[in-house]
Ligand binder design. Structure first.
Ligand SMILES: C[S@@+](CC[C@H](N)C(=O)[O-])C[C@H]1O[C@@H](n2cnc3c(N)ncnc32)[C@H](O)[C@@H]1O
Length: 371
């Protein structure tokens, strides 16, 4: 498997954490903490916590288990917590921090929509919570190739799945394209259904998805179809599900890129109004299956036509809101320059200066919840 899972997000280096979680032997760690708690003075307390730190840093000490009986966490933030205990000036404060650490080890607190243990929220520094996403490059780890013109970067499905699904839940992508969403499903242990109009695209996507190791043994199904009329209910039933846990849509940005000549392709819609109508049909065909309280993510950019900025993103968002969904976030993400655009950069700048507009540098990730 290739590496390449790190990138810069808003000036911060981010790693895919998936492989970095370690499993610590909880009872043994608690023993160290309890031994410290029994000490009458700060020096004695510190001695036991220092022993814990050394044991964690030394793989021979057996604190990190591989038998699955322990508690999954990331070592680095855990060691930072330990340092905080060691740096405390009073015994009372040190005890307070140690008690908190112990609590974090014994209790798991998650919400209904994901597996993030907020008791150890520092372990999840790869999970974005800002509405501005400035990402320097695509995650090229795993089977992601980025070959498809008009794909999205894997970080998008990765982030949305971490925030809005639990392991073993079902993600549906009605505009599958090159299969980015389903590759992420395999990597994160979510079941996935992807529907794509263009059979050739789907064929290639299938090869890539199959190339991704299925470590969590999930079902990833790719089907050719027009998502406006495709029988999603039958397809998810055949996979053993009755509802969708996360709906992820990355439709064509109207006719910016033509994905084929099929008239059912949204990129061939004759006008903005037709495009929105077709997008609305996909919403109507999928939203009834989305579980109540669960999320829809729409990834879309705007377009510029005949001297006017066409806010496709906001129009699509409105289509979803018109169907009763509540808006949770408008994320603005920087736009990767495609090779074609890069060559035309100077031309676009010239046009912008002349035409009184700004050159596109962003697209949207719209997050909505079914209430
Ligand atoms: C923006 S691309 C999605 C790219 C995808 N997220 C990826 O990473 O590869 C939109 C896709 O929607 C497909 N599409 C367009 N109209 C469709 C329809 N009516 N039903 C299903 N797929 C459609 C296009 O063929 C295209 O592959």
């Amino acid at each position: 498997m290739k590496s390449g899972g790190s990138y810069i997000f808003n000036d911060r280096l981010v790693y895919r954490n998936q492989e970095e979680y370690v499993v610590v032997d909880r009872p043994k760690v608690v023993q160290y903490i309890d031994a410290a708690m029994n000490q009458p003075d700060l020096d004695g307390f510190r001695k036991h916590i220092t022993n814990l730190k050394l044991a964690l840093e030394n793989p021979d000490e057996d604190l990190i288990t591989s038998n699955g009986q322990g508690f999954s966490l990331r070592l680095e933030p855990f060691l930072t917590d330990i340092k905080q205990i060691l740096d405390a000036y009073t015994l009372e404060r040190a005890r307070y921090y140690a008690e908190r650490l112990k609590k974090g080890l014994s209790e798991v607190k998650t919400t209904k929509v994901n597996d993030i243990n907020v008791r150890r929220w520092k372990d999840y520094d790869e999970v974005f919570t800002d509405s501005l996403w400035n990402i320097n490059r695509r995650d090229s780890s795993g089977a992601h190739l980025g070959w498809y013109w008009g794909n999205f970067i894997p970080q998008i499905p990765h982030q949305l799945m971490l925030r809005y699904t639990k392991k073993g839940e079902l993600v549906v992508d009605p505009f599958l394209g090159s299969g980015t969403t389903l590759i992420e499903c395999r990597r994160l242990g979510r079941h996935g259904l992807g529907v794509e109009l263009n059979p050739k695209t789907l064929h290639k996507a299938r090869e890539l998805v199959e190339a991704e190791e299925n470590r969590h043994n999930v079902i990833t199904r790719l089907i050719v179809g027009d998502s406006r009329v495709f029988d999603f209910e039958a397809a998810i039933r055949a996979m053993g599900f009755s509802a969708i846990d996360l709906l992820l849509m990355h439709p064509p940005y109207h006719d910016i890129i033509r994905f084929g000549s099929d008239e059912n392709d949204l990129s061939n819609a004759k006008s903005t109004r037709d495009f929105l109508h077709m997008f609305g049909e996909v919403l109507d065909n999928t939203l009834p299956l989305l579980r109540k309280g669960r999320y829809l993510g729409i990834v879309i950019g705007d377009k510029y036509s005949q001297g006017e900025w066409i806010p496709l993103g906001f129009y699509c968002m409105q289509e979803a809101m018109n169907r009763g969904l509540s808006l949770k976030s408008i994320v603005v993400k920087n736009f990767e320059e495609t090779k074609g655009k890069r060559n035309q950069k100077a031309l676009w700048r010239y046009r912008a200066l002349l035409g009184g507009f700004y050159v596109f540098k962003h697209e949207y990730i719209l997050v909505l919840r079914k209430v």
